[in-house]
Design a protein around this ligand. Sequence first.
Ligand code: GAL
Length: 662
Amino acid sequence: MSADGRPALAFGGDYNPEQWPEAMWAEDVALMREAGVNLVSVAIFSWALLEPAEGRYEFGWLDRVLELLHSNGIRVDLANASASPPPWFSHRYPQSLPVTAEGVRLSYGSRQAFCPSSPDYRRAAGALTRALAERYGQHPAVLMWHVHNEYGCHNAHCYCDVSAVAFRDWLRQRYSTLDELNDAWGTAFWSQRYSDWNQILPPRRSGTWVNPTQQLDFWRFSSDELLECFKAEAAILRAHSDRPVTTNFMSFFKPLDYFQWARELDLVSNDHYLIVDDPDPAEELSMAADLMRGLAGGSPWLLMEHSTSAVNWQPRNRAKAPGEMTRNSLQHIARGSDGALFFQWRASAAGAEKYHSALVPHAGRDSRRWAEVLELGGVLARLGELAGSVVEPAEVAILHDWQSRWAAELDSHPSVDLSPMAGARQLYSALWRSGVRCDFTHPRADFSGYRVLLAPHLYLLSAEHARALTAFVEAGGTVLVTYFSGIVDERDHLHLGGYPGALRELLGIRMEEFYPLLAGESAPLTEYGSGAIWSELGRTEGAEQLAGYAEGPVAGSPAITRHSVGAGQAWYLGTTLSDDHLGDLLSEILAQAGVRALLPGLPPGVEVVVRRAATGARFTFVLNHTGEPVSVELDGTELVTGEEASRALLVPAGAVRVVRGG
Ligand code: GAL
């Protein structure tokens, strides 16, 4: 919503006026107006300036910044500045600095240099938050609150003594007795039995593999511990302000269980940066955006940060091609973001991120970047009516569970090549290429709106979640499970009796032993080419075998199966197929489940997504990621160019079109 009350997509980014002389602020704001910027995030890294000495606050400069922005109609996403404790704090409270698994205490001098359990950090961050909330809670410029910044980016796990105490408290909540903990952790193995709570430590570096359930619980604890920091600061803000509270996520960032976090946010927001050497950066962008929509429960979310051009933190940081910035922004918006914000407003002249792009580049206004920023501002203004609309529900969902991923990636497993994220990406990629959109959802979610669920390497699965999947299939749903799923329960204990224990009956198969393939090795199949990474010995028990291993130690064992259960189908894929063969298999599964692309027949790399407004208006996005123009059958008003579209809408190479139709 813009300052004048009309629906608007957010456009702007992190504004760090403290990096520049105050005399430049008026020029900043004039440029923001020229570009159509309507939302900026302020004070994210301003702790040292806001509180130059313990308990001494200096808000004058921030008062002036907010006033200037407000009088120019620019709304503020105000940070509580807890992300980077100043040197005076770390110097005075050295015990607050985080410690690695090897016992190395990290120094300050970068950012996020604190232990999430540190009472000193929590007290100081809370006091600063309270002071800001009291002063600005009702400020007319403040549209929303930005708590911290990218929680856990640099300090997700701390192994210090303070963390050890907090870990024990957390464990006492989870396991009421030490016997229960000993059972859960399987401490009968290797003489690890604990006889006193005080003996328990974070999984610090040891001679060899530390107890896996201890490791898994530590990942859970660490995510919860930072979430406690967020909740405490958010509660202070909510006590003084009626504005929504968010914190910026980092897509599939491993250490935080965002499905738990998302419940605590008033608005889901995300930071996304393209990885230059990703095989298909646009596809990866869509995957992250689809995850955000899942975390937001289908509601609009906000792209808090992306880059106008190059970043500074990859091995080789390449500037974006003409049109790429706008296409990236609209791609996030197509998939549910109510705007496009950037890190950062003006490119820094000093500091660790001085080679990071910004809306105002080092070259200033006389630059291609600034011209594109103006162009993007214009496009977003024309798309304002999209704000608040929702992406039409998908028929397919990929199940994603952070805790399962943590467990799957622990050490001493059958193969180092197995990666739940790679498995999810390969399935996502096949869907993306076939024009079928999907959501990401959690195994405990309500599946009733979906026709097809995909479960890539869902290693950890409770009996309860396995039952929910079975009920989904019995009621007519289709599920595809890939190998190393349903293997352990929430304590990381095997479901015994043959693999994949929790899903054996649903899938109608029974596996006995794993035969992971060596690097570069492949296992010829009777159908669908050959497998990589994994093979296994076993048999069907009720399922139909669609492909088996053609030779080698597991010859004859099933690799691809289908099992009819109730009114639905449970498919199993026991190896990694080539992208093409996986595409073929998925097409078959989708066809049988009655799932089709929204606009069939478009070439791979042309995305179509529909957002629907409460009024019923449909906005069809066509994003052409290919190097060739494409013609699409659509009627309505095209909002990017303002032209009427009739039947054959031409979308130039690299362009995006948004058609408003009935
Ligand atoms: C984000 C962070 C920003 C900035 C940006 C650079 O991770 O939130 O503060 O560092 O990356 O790409």
